[in-house]
Design a protein around this ligand. Structure first.
Ligand SMILES: O=P(O)(O)OC[C@H]1O[C@](O)(CO)[C@@H](O)[C@@H]1O
Length: 560
């Protein structure tokens, strides 16, 4: 495809930004158009049999507090058409090798294809082939039910109630985020640990209070070659063998979630205890695969299946809805609008939901590992900004830390706020939930309406020199996402996929490959070289004076 800036819709959007976009005053737009909320709100309804409540759950995406007019949306849709977003989407869902730098299909949607539509890569039916999606799901079902019921026992005959997932990046962030988000559904007798960091503290703390007789290790690594994971896994194995006096049975206590059978067996895990997936599942899209085993163990397979089904519902919406009605496509196009025409550099996601406290961290990998790229499909550098810096924290906490900058700083920070209408914990007669909701609504309203100097003065008793400090410029865009029930497995699945396809849409417009991650390689290679140098005499070789100086100092202070 062509670089986005060469498209006629791109130039058109530039003129539109100059003549219209720059001058949009949101509070006036609402005054002038009582139907604005209806015009820019989209809804998806999840089927009743997978929803958290007894009726199907609606999820409302209110885009009306964004700096757009109907004409803007039309022009953004035109941009998507010219950039071939639909063609690229269809190629993805058809198993095309759209990860063009690695020659791979991008087919994580097959993992949640609960309606079992035919999905093929290289002519092979990935759903029903031996060892394919349905076989792995069945293996996960059987295993998770055996562990949860206690039928699968440790080497001394005890039920396994501590799960330690060892993995990093996509082999960690999804499972952590989802198990936290679905804690309400989690097995009360299970303790979960997620060990990712190579910092020995992480594994040491997980092992400190674990009993080898009742601990199950999930070694989660797509490649099974990631240094942090293999090192942590070996430390876990040594601990297990040492604590059990060599009597511990690895086969009962260690399973692998991976694509790499030969490395798994080399590590000492039986191929029968390996839950596989294929190279067409990117790490940051792998929570739907065997990498999600900790989720299935914790919340039960039926809930894991609902999680997949909610995701599938959003996949179908993304595949079928016309661009102007297409929720993830609109989200992605808004991101392009702010990044490339308003110069925004960030994207804030703030869930008003404590269970979603790891959601922004999860989205950081999804968004920034996917679209943190400069090179376009023809190998030339993009002449425009690409992936935004995504950040966030749950609210209301974030309001009491960095929201100052969001309200009064010099930067435009497009923000997403997420709220579930129903809490899993309606304590104090729902007082907490009402307060949470009032903040969710108030923040978006405050960011939009702001406060003028006249309004500050009208409050009285404000010394004139303080007036400018108390002014809020307002007109700051937000997207409000409202889940019309509680956030259960299906609702969570749909929310994640909203962001997956939003990220897809951005990358498709920017003409970059959202599915590789070459940018993480250089640091890995240098770390390997320096690791060797720590054990050698001197302060390494070929380094700049800062790196060499610090290496020498580390060795001296650390006694290495
Ligand atoms: O699952 P693996 O192969 O251990 O990789 C872990 C993570 O490392 C990365 O490759 C980045 O270094 C991510 O893309 C991936 O999710």
């Amino acid at each position: 495809m062509a670089p986005a800036s060469s498209l006629s819709a791109w130039s058109d959007l530039h003129s539109h930004h100059e003549s219209v976009g720059k001058n949009i005053v949101l509070k006036d737009a609402f005054k002038n158009d009582p139907k604005r909320f209806d015009k820019f709100t989209r809804k998806i309804t999840l089927p009743a049999d997978i929803s958290s409540g007894s009726n199907g759950t609606d999820i409302i995406f209110d885009f009306s507090k964004n700096l757009i007019t109907e004409e803007t949306l039309d022009k953004l849709v035109k941009l998507a058409e010219e950039a071939g977003v639909e063609k690229k989407r269809d190629a993805m869902f058809a198993g095309g090798k759209i990860n063009f730098t690695e020659g791979r299909a991008v087919y994580h949607a097959a993992l949640r294809n609960v309606s079992n539509q035919t999905m093929k890569v290289d002519g092979v039916d990935v759903m029903n082939t031996k060892g394919g999606v349905n076989d792995v799901l069945e293996h996960m079902r059987v295993f998770s039910e055996q562990v949860r019921s206690g039928e699968w026992k440790g080497y001394t005959g005890k039920k396994l109630t501590t799960i330690i997932n060892v993995g990093i990046g996509g082999s960690d962030l999804g499972p952590v985020m989802v198990t936290e988000a679905l804690k309400h559904y989690g097995a009360k007798d299970m303790t979960l640990h997620f060990v990712s960091n190579i910092d020995g503290t992480h594994i040491a703390e997980a092992l400190a209070n674990s009993d080898p007789e009742t601990t199950l290790f999930l070694i989660a690594s797509k490649t099974f070659t990631t240094a942090e994971t293999t090192t942590n896994a070996n430390t876990a194995k040594s601990w297990f063998l040492e604590k059990t006096g060599g009597k511990g049975d690895i086969a009962k206590h260690f399973v692998a979630l991976s694509t790499n059978e030969s490395e798994v067996t080399k590590f000492g895990i039986d191929a029968a205890n390996m839950f596989g997936f294929e190279s067409w599942v990117g790490g940051r899209y792998s929570v739907w695969s065997a990498i999600g085993l900790s989720v299935a163990l914790y919340v039960g397979f039926d809930n894991f299946h609902k999680f997949l089904a909610g995701a599938h519902a959003m996949d179908q919406h993304f595949q079928q809805a016309p661009l102007r009605e297409n929720i993830p496509a609109i989200g992605g196009l808004l991101s392009v609008w702010y990044s490339n025409f308003y110069g925004a550099q960030t994207h804030l996601v703030a869930p008003f939901d404590q269970y979603l406290h790891r959601f922004p961290a999860y989205l950081q990998q999804l968004s920034m590992e996917s679209n943190g790229k400069t090179i376009t499909s023809d190998g030339s550098p993009a002449k425009y900004t690409t992936g935004p810096i995504l950040f966030g924290e749950p609210c209301t906490n974030a309001q009491h830390s960095f929201f100052q900058l969001v309200h009064q700083g010099t930067k435009l920070i497009p923000s997403d706020f997420i709220l579930a209408a129903k809490s899993h914990n309606p304590v104090s007669d729902n007082l907490h939930q009402k307060m949470l909701a009032s903040n969710y609504l108030a923040q978006a309203e405050a960011l939009m309406v702001g406060k003028t100097a006249e309004e500050v003065r009208a409050e009285g008793n404000v010394p004139e020199e303080l007036v400018p400090h108390k002014v809020f410029m307002g007109n700051r865009p937000t997207t409000s996402i409202l889940v019309g029930g509680a956030i259960g497995p299906a609702e969570l699945g749909a929310l994640i996929v909203y962001y997956e396809h939003l990220t897809f849409t951005e990358g498709a417009v920017w003409d970059i490959n959202s599915f590789d991650q070459w940018g993480v390689e250089l640091g890995k290679v240098l770390a390997k070289k320096i690791l060797k140098e720590i054990d050698e005499e001197g302060a390494g070789s070929g380094h700049d004076s800062s790196t060499g100086g610090l290496l020498g100092a580390f060795k001296a202070y650390g006694g290495f």
